[in-house]
Design a protein around this ligand. Structure first.
Ligand code: NBP
Length: 477
């Protein structure tokens, strides 16, 4: 036994993660169901570090130092269970199975419980950054026991991305499914970020009349300011790209139907279960769904819309500044909602997740890495029990300063018939939270009328019911 860590599942993610460990000086045992991939990895990348190629599960396990650290990078779902079933009987108490796939946190909780009985630590771990991140430094979100982090954490800290201040983009998130839960919300926020950027693009194009190349330049400028982020950066690259075959902007030759793999949908499903309003993330998931319904869209093309009134040059430039404000304000709301969901999950499952630390380890390596995350971390550093990001003085001030422009952008979008569901949902959330009174009082009245569901009063304790079908007197419930 000479390997400090093993990776099984050598598709793009597993292969690059194995190489990352090896490049950082660890001896890495590698294994794949189809052994040809194992041999190919050792042949092609053997010069990068120490690999021990294993063709069988037994050889793989025998190659690992104790306590064994076995990283599983296979397709999430049944394949993960199949791999656990194959390896668990070969392991001993104290060993660790690290699932780096995009598992549902409920599956992770089940697997952790089952393996705990055997004394095996199951470490459900979110890994973000795609194949490039896996190789050069991802953001890593490990759940599982504290003991497992003691044995594994230093290695993860070594291979992870580093934030600008040099700190590693990984930390122990919390017990059992906490890591995969946080990775799920990361992806939900990623959906929302992408949708908001897409809406900004469409408004700049259809309302302000800019070309994709001009919009690329606008995004490049934004990327030097408070919106500085990986997603804004790559958006400018994509918009500036010209299709070689047609000479048209690349964005005009790609079919406008967005696909998804499911983590955004999970974020919304779980938020519904927890009763957390993640309306911005939900709109992002639904916007992809709308785009994919080609028949429905084709059948709707004749529906009436407003007369478009393109802006003049000077107006366009002023509008672009307003769109930046709307995008930034909406982004604050998405993160507010995402962090609320993490806090709610942490409460529901007793994970004790450190929200500032989550923001901190998202600063590098992952898809939503952004200068903005430093601000979120600072907000939670200043007040660990911050009830909402909007309760932070700095964010409250900025969103307050942005709100006039944010509203103006939505007015323009509405009048010109350009859909901006992410911006609109974010603003509605903001206005709902600020409101003195919500129409929920009326909702309660309706519920009491048709279902005797009772209501509480503003002036007295207790539950009440009005005899709607009778003399309309009020009775205590
Ligand atoms: P895939 O998700 O495409 O999985 C392919 C791997 O799973 C291969 O090694 C394959 O072995 C193995 N596998 C399958 Br499929 N069924 C198996 C079974 N029953 N028993 C054993 N092995 C089995 O690979 P990936 O794109 O590298 O992603 C790996 C994990 O990382 C996934 O959970 C993914 O969601 C997650 N992830 C991916 C990204 C990304 O950017 N791609 C980012 C973050 C997380 P074979 O070679 O024998 O077929």
């Amino acid at each position: 036994a000479s390997a400090q860590i093993g990776v099984t599942g050598l598709a793009v993610m597993g292969r690059n993660l194995a190489r990352n460990f090896a490049r950082n000086g660890y001896t890495v045992a590698v294994h794949n169901r189809t052994a040809a991939k194992t041999r190919a990895l050792v042949e092609e990348f053997g010069h990068e570090g120490e690999f021990v190629g294993a063709e069988t599960a037994e050889d793989f396990v025998a190659a690992l130092e104790r306590p064994r650290r076995l990283v599983v990078m296979v397709k999430a779902g049944e394949p993960t269970d199949a791999v656990i079933k194959e390896f668990a009987p070969l392991l001993e108490p104290g060993d660790m199975i690290v699932d780096g796939g995009n598992a549902h946190f409920a599956d992770t909780r089940r697997r952790e419980r089952e393996l705990r009985e055997q004394g095996i630590h199951f470490v459900g771990t979110g890994v973000s950054g795609g194949e490039e991140g896996a190789l050069n430094g991802p953001s890593i979100m490990p759940g599982g026991s504290k003991e497992s982090y003691e044995a594994l954490g230093p290695m993860l800290e070594k291979i992870s991305a580093k934030a600008a201040d040099g700190s590693p983009c990984t930390a122990h998130i919390g017990p059992d499914g906490a890591g995969h839960f946080v990775k799920m919300v990361h992806n939900g926020i990623e959906y929302a970020d992408m949708q908001l950027i897409a809406e900004a693009y469409q408004l700049l194009r259809d309302v302000a009349g800019y070309s994709p190349a001009e919009i690329a330049d606008i995004f490049r400028t934004w990327n030097t300011g408070r919106l500085d982020s990986y997603l804004i950066e790559i958006t400018a690259e994509v918009l500036a790209h010209v299709d070689a075959a047609t000479g048209e902007p690349f964005v005009d030759v790609v079919q406008d139907q967005a696909e998804q793999k499911g983590t955004g949908r999970w974020t919304v499903q779980i938020a519904l279960d927890l009763g957390v309003p993640v309306s911005g993330i939900a709109e992002a998931v639904f916007a992809r769904a709308v785009s994919g319904h080609k028949d429905l869209r084709d059948a709707s093309r004749g529906l009436a819309g407003p007369k478009a009134q393109p802006l003049g040059k000077e107006e366009a430039s002023a509008f672009a500044d307003q769109v930046e404000q709307a995008l930034y304000a909406s982004k604050i709301v998405s993160y507010t909602q995402g962090f609320h969901e993490i806090a709610a999950g942490s409460d529901a499952y007793d994970w004790n997740v450190d929200l500032g630390q989550v923001a901190s380890i998202w600063r590098g390596g992952c898809i939503i890495r952004a200068a903005f995350l430093d601000r979120i971390r600072a907000a939670y550093d200043a007040r660990a029990d911050l009830p909402s990001l909007l309760a932070d003085e700095g964010f409250a001030r900025e969103i307050g300063e942005a709100q006039d422009d944010w509203r103006a952008v939505l007015v323009a979008a509405t009048l010109q018939g350009v859909p901006a569901p992410g911006f609109a949902a974010a603003l509605a959330y903001y206005d709902a939270l600020r409101a003195d009174r919500l129409p929920a009082a009326l909702t309660q009245g309706q519920r009491d009328y048709f279902g005797a569901h009772t209501y509480r009063r503003t002036d007295r304790e207790g539950s009440f019911h009005t005899l709607w079908g009778g003399d309309r007197s009020e009775v205590g419930a």
